[in-house]
Design a protein around this ligand. Structure first.
Ligand code: 6PG
Length: 252
C-alpha cells in the first residue's frame, strides 16, 4: 500500500451501508451524466448483501439503474445457480429486485470446467466492452471490495500465484487454503478503478483492519490494492474500526 487510503468510519452498520449506498448512487449519477453508463464490479461474500438491501430498499429511484453495467471482481469456480456463487447472491439481492437488463450483466463463467479458459473468456468480454488501447487496462467506474479474515480481497488470497500477476486482467487463481480455483481480477485492474471501496463491517474484522491499515510489514493482499487513477476509500463501521487510533479515521 503506497499512500495511505482514505478511511471513513460510521457509527453503526446501518449508517455504513447507507453511506456506501449514497456514494454509489452519487458516483453513478455522475458517470451516467458524463458517459451514459456506470460500470461496477461487485464483490462476493456476505457483507455486500447489506449494501444491496439498502440500495433496493431506499435508493430505487436515486439512479437510472437501467444504465448500470455490472461486472464481478471475483467468482467462485461453480455454476451460477450454486449457493456459493457470487453472481447468484447478487442476482437474488440486487439485480433481480432492480430488474437490471440481462444485457447489462456480465458474470464470470464459473461453470466452465477449465478455470483458466473461464478467466480468458471473461478477459475477452472486458476487452470487447471497454476496448482499452494497446497495453492499457480497463477502468471501471466503481469497484466494491471486501476483506477476508486472512486479509484477502477479491480472490487474491495470501501466498497464491494471482498476487504476482501484472499483465493479465483476470486469472484463475489456485487457492490452496480452499483447494479450489477462484476467478479474479488482478491488481492492475483493481488499481485502476475510478473509485475503489473497501466495505467492511463488524468486530470480527477489527484486528485485521488495524493490521491492514497500520502495519505495512503485514504484506496482506488487501494492502496491495492502490489507487493509480482514482480514489481508494475504506468504509468501516465503528466495530470494524475499533482497533484503529482516532487519527486514522474521519467520521462518517
Ligand atoms: C468472495 C469475496 C471475498 C470477500 C471477503 C469478505 O468471493 O468471497 O469476493 O473477497 O469480499 O471474503 O467476505 P465477507 O463480506 O463475507 O466477510
Amino acid at each position: 500500500m503506497s499512500a495511505r487510503p482514505k478511511v471513513r468510519v460510521f457509527d453503526s452498520a446501518q449508517e455504513l451501508f447507507q453511506g456506501a449506498a449514497e456514494t454509489f448512487c452519487r458516483l453513478g449519477r455522475e458517470a451516467i451524466q458524463k458517459r451514459g453508463r456506470f460500470t461496477v464490479a461487485l464483490s462476493g461474500g456476505s457483507t455486500p448483501r447489506s449494501l444491496h438491501r439498502e440500495l433496493v430498499s431506499n435508493f430505487r429511484t436515486a439512479l437510472a439503474w437501467n444504465q448500470v453495467c455490472f461486472f464481478w471482481g471475483d467468482e467462485r469456480h461453480v455454476p451460477p445457480d450454486f449457493p456459493e456463487s457470487n453472481y447468484r447472491m447478487a442476482q437474488e439481492t440486487l439485480l433481480s429486485p432492480l430488474a437490471i437488463p440481462a444485457e447489462h450483466i456480465f458474470r464470470m463463467p464459473g461453470e466452465i470446467a477449465d478455470a483458466e479458459l473461464a478467466a480468458r473468456i471473461y478477459q475477452h468480454s472486458l476487452q470487447d466492452f471497454f476496448r482499452p488501447g494497446p497495453g492499457e487496462f480497463p477502468r471501471l467506474d466503481f469497484i466494491l471490495l471486501g476483506m477476508g479474515g486472512d486479509g484477502h480481497t477479491a480472490s487474491l488470497f495470501p501466498n497464491t500465484p494471482g498476487l504476482e500477476e501484472r499483465e493479465r486482467w483476470v486469472v484463475a487463481n489456485w487457492v490452496e487454503q480452499h483447494s479450489t480455483f477462484r476467478i479474479t481480477f488482478t491488481y492492475p485492474v483493481l488499481d485502476r478503478g475510478a473509485y475503489v471501496m473497501f466495505l467492511i463491517s463488524g468486530a470480527t474484522k477489527a484486528d485485521m483492519v488495524a493490521k491492514a491499515l497500520r502495519d505495512p510489514a503485514a504484506h496482506l493482499p488487501c494492502q496491495r490494492v492502490e489507487s493509480l487513477q482514482g480514489e481508494l476509500v475504506w468504509y468501516l463501521d465503528r466495530e470494524a474500526a475499533a482497533k484503529l487510533d482516532s487519527t486514522a479515521q474521519s467520521r462518517g
